[in-house]
Design a protein. Structure first.
Length: 297
């Protein structure tokens, strides 16, 4: 009994944080999603039940926003995981200090203020003679206007790749050096050692980063908001989370629809739960959490 009391005491702070900052907001979001709360009805909201969800189903731009969300998540996920893995493999085989210095430089965008980071990208994508991309390609154009998805994916990818880079680097360093030495003795080249030894041992880190990045990208819209605000034009880069923000706080008509925005957020919660269950089922994360097969004395 005493052991359970001590365990409960240690679990209490984390449990309170989960209830206050996750479960309670989810419940409030679900409640608000069933009302018509908005700027004009703030003092007298009424219960509409499934009305907001029906409005989402009938909205003209819902299919486009879903398509944009899928495109954004898939493209950025591949870039984040692929670039993070590539950076980890490159820096892991560099001298330690040089590799650490490179990783520290790559982390600078992550610790830079978002507005400053986006301003740098706007400068890179500007027309000649101000934009670096225009100078390098010899094609003077506003790249954010002409190729918004490329800029959005790159801007998010440079930030997102740093997360995978650190995790993959730690995983590579945890690989016993005897395995790599044995591969070298057997005549394996560096590429063969990476392909036959390193990558198979990075299975779980890759799956974890993929799952984490997927859920993170579903809810992230900060850099899209600052770069394109869902444009250029109507909804060309509008993703679901950004659309929920626009509906609830900053829509084009000036009437903030908190109820409709909450309904969109609730849909995002459901999508996140479904995606999590799919990851758990398809990639069999139970194996990762299972008992070790080798006992260490």
């Amino acid at each position: 009994m005493r052991r359970w009391s001590v365990a409960a005491l240690f679990l209490l702070p984390g449990s309170l944080l989960i209830v206050l900052f996750f479960l309670l907001p989810v419940v409030l979001t679900l409640v608000l999603s069933a009302t018509n709360l908005s700027t004009t009805t703030f003092s007298h909201p009424s219960w509409v039940g499934w009305g907001n969800y029906q409005e989402l189903l009938q909205a003209r731009f819902t299919p486009l926003i879903l398509k944009n969300t899928l495109k954004y998540v898939i493209l950025t996920l591949f870039f984040n995981v692929g670039m993070g893995l590539l950076l980890a493999l490159i820096t892991a085989f560099l001298p330690v200090r040089l590799g650490d210095a490179f990783r520290a430089l790559w982390l600078l965008p992550r610790i830079t203020a978002s507005v400053v980071y986006v301003l740098i990208w706007q400068g890179l994508a500007a027309v000649a003679p101000y934009g670096l991309l225009s100078d390098l390609t010899g094609n003077s154009q506003n790249w954010i206007q002409q190729s918004p998805w490329a800029v959005v994916v790159l801007a998010n990818g440079v930030i997102g790749a740093s997360f995978g880079m650190l995790l993959f680097t730690s995983a590579i360093r945890a690989i016993p050096s005897d395995l790599l030495h044995a591969a070298a003795v057997d005549g394996a080249t560096t590429w063969q050692s990476i392909y036959r030894v390193v990558l198979p041992l990075l299975r779980w880190p890759i799956l974890f980063v993929s799952a984490y990045q997927t859920l993170s990208l579903l809810t992230s819209f900060e850099y899209i908001l600052l770069l394109t605000n869902g444009g250029p034009g109507f909804y060309s880069t509008e993703v679901w989370s950004l659309s929920a923000y626009h509906q609830a706080f900053s829509n084009y008509f000036g009437n903030a629809q908190f109820g409709l925005g909450s309904a969109m957020a609730a849909v995002l919660v459901v999508i996140g739960v479904v995606v999590s269950l799919i990851y758990l089922r398809v990639f069999n994360f139970k194996e990762l959490l299972g008992e070790p097969k080798v006992e260490v004395n």
